[in-house]
Design a protein around this ligand. Structure first.
Ligand code: ZN
Length: 242
């Protein structure tokens, strides 16, 4: 089974479309949340996902905030401005679809969470300590997370139980050891200084994980952000991928 793993689309439709085109034929799509927030195409992104067969899509913190489950005060000024705009433009049918998203999912050998298995909506798994603690919070071979917007892999070494982590280069498949926490990076707002949309292809039988990048029309998104009078910072950062 070949899975397209995506996360943190953040209402960036051109990035999402590019990933769907470039990823080719897959058996399923797993989306780790934050479909909306920051970007100017929340309805279009949800409507694109709703059309996809074999999609599993989780709830992220920005999605939860758009549903008023998280107070907007927990976001910085610019994210809050986007959040209020998103709440105002979100169509009822798309809001209803978001309401049905789970916080976690277990797919055979793999646990899915937006932030972490321990605290699915909020926690960032960025360092070895946090990762080590989170290995206790899932029972499957693999756990896939998003939220940091940085492609990452952490794994446990059986003897000595040392934790290794790696920043996998795009286009290079590697066999994810049992047990591993893997992050595909962000489709719509990468923060690893590579402005291309990030995603991963995961073959569950073999555990082969291939981090991938796809170029998209960044200027089109920036124009739309400015037209919608969303914060300039959200347009500017897309050019540099931070
Ligand atoms: Zn996010």
């Amino acid at each position: 089974m070949k899975i397209l793993v995506i996360s943190d689309i953040h209402a960036n439709l051109p990035a999402l479309e590019s990933v769907l085109e470039n990823s080719g034929q897959v058996d399923s799509i797993w989306c780790l949340g934050d479909v909306i927030g920051y970007g100017p195409y929340p309805n279009e992104c949800i409507e694109t996902l709703r059309e996809l067969p074999n999609l599993v899509c989780l709830l992220g913190n920005h999605d939860a905030a758009a549903l008023n489950r998280i107070p907007s005060e927990t976001f910085n000024d610019e994210a809050r401005q986007s959040l209020h705009w998103t709440r105002a433009v979100l169509k009822t049918a798309n809001r209803d679809w978001l309401e049905e998203r789970p916080e976690t999912a277990v797919m055979d050998s793999t646990t899915l969470a937006h932030g972490s298995p321990r605290n699915p909506v909020w926690e960032y798994v960025l360092d070895q300590n946090t990762a080590r603690q989170n290995f206790r919070s899932f029972k499957t071979n693999y756990c896939l997370v998003g939220h940091t917007h940085i492609p990452l892999a952490f794994h446990m070494v059986p003897r000595g139980r040392l934790l290794h982590f790696a920043f996998p280069p795009p286009g290079e498949p590697f066999m994810a050891p049992v047990r591993a926490i893997l992050n595909p990076g962000s489709v719509g707002q990468p923060r690893d200084h590579d402005p291309r949309a990030a995603y991963a292809i995961f073959e569950i039988e073999t555990g082969i994980w291939t981090p991938m990048r796809a170029s998209y029309d960044i200027r089109r998104v920036q124009r739309r952000i400015r037209e919608a009078e969303l914060p300039e910072r959200h347009a500017a950062r897309l050019s540099d991928g931070w």
